[in-house]
Design a protein around this ligand. Structure first.
Ligand code: AMP
Length: 219
């Protein structure tokens, strides 16, 4: 069995997947593999992939499995993933979860962390979410960087994500229920699923995740 610590973080958009994945990566020196970030970077750089996927992301729909599966396969071969990776936003459906098992091998995924959050809170959080176009730092509407439009960390421009509109949010919630929720049973049946309450302070969610990792003997 692989000795890498590969973790899957599942949750609706706005549940805190990105934030918690970042914290996990810092704490345990893992690679943060976010398919959403990779796709948004391709769009920002106007690459052929970016041009292909822009309208799909703007509509809140899913990019094809083939595209994201190969992005992840390539990304997991990079040196920073040697100790393991936190998969954020991937897999999004059963086909992708099966592809991931093929990529990392049997026993390659050590835990799937589901950050649970009610739809009303998701809508509230996403409507007031702003992000730095350059470093991806997430801000609340009332944070100084969001008010000024300039990221306090890197000086990049802070904007609303083009898929954080009410229509795209509704579409992504619908897609989550139809495509991604079945993954909870997928990982549960492999005894790999833990659920944490996402409606808590960032530090508290992080502590809950650590407690689960400890309980499973993964730390
Ligand atoms: P995220 O940042 O994870 O919310 O992803 C933003 C958007 O990127 C999604 O709404 C999809 O359009 C696309 N995307 C990200 N990850 C995937 C994936 N694993 N499969 C298909 N589409 C994805």
């Amino acid at each position: 069995m692989s000795s890498q610590l590969n973790l899957v973080v599942l949750g609706k958009q706005g549940a805190g997947k990105g934030t918690q994945s970042d914290l996990l990566c810092q704490r345990y020196e893992l690679a943060h593999v976010s398919t959403g970030d990779i796709l948004r970077a391709a769009i920002a750089q106007d690459t052929p992939l970016g041009r292909e996927v822009k309208s799909i992301l703007d509509a809140g729909e899913l990019v094809s499995d083939d595209v994201v599966n190969s992005l992840v396969e390539v990304r997991l071969r990079e040196p920073d993933a040697a100790r393991g990776a936190v998969l954020d936003g991937f897999p999004r459906n059963t086909e992708q979860a099966e592809a991931l098992e093929r990529i990392v091998g049997v026993g390659g995924i050590k835990l799937c962390i589901y950050i649970d959050l009610a739809n009303e809170i998701v809508i509230e959080r996403l409507s007031s979410r702003r992000v730095c176009q350059v470093c991806g730092t997430v801000y609340k509407l009332t944070d100084a960087s969001a008010v000024s439009g300039t990221c306090e960390k890197c000086g990049g421009t802070v904007v609303q994500r083009s898929d954080d509109t009410p229509e795209a949010i509704a579409k992504r919630l619908e897609t989550f229920e139809r495509e991604t929720r079945p993954l909870l049973s997928f990982y549960e049946s492999r005894d790999l699923l833990v659920t944490v309450d996402g409606d808590q302070a960032v530090d508290t969610v992080a502590r809950d995740i650590d407690a689960q990792l400890l309980e499973r003997g993964l730390l």
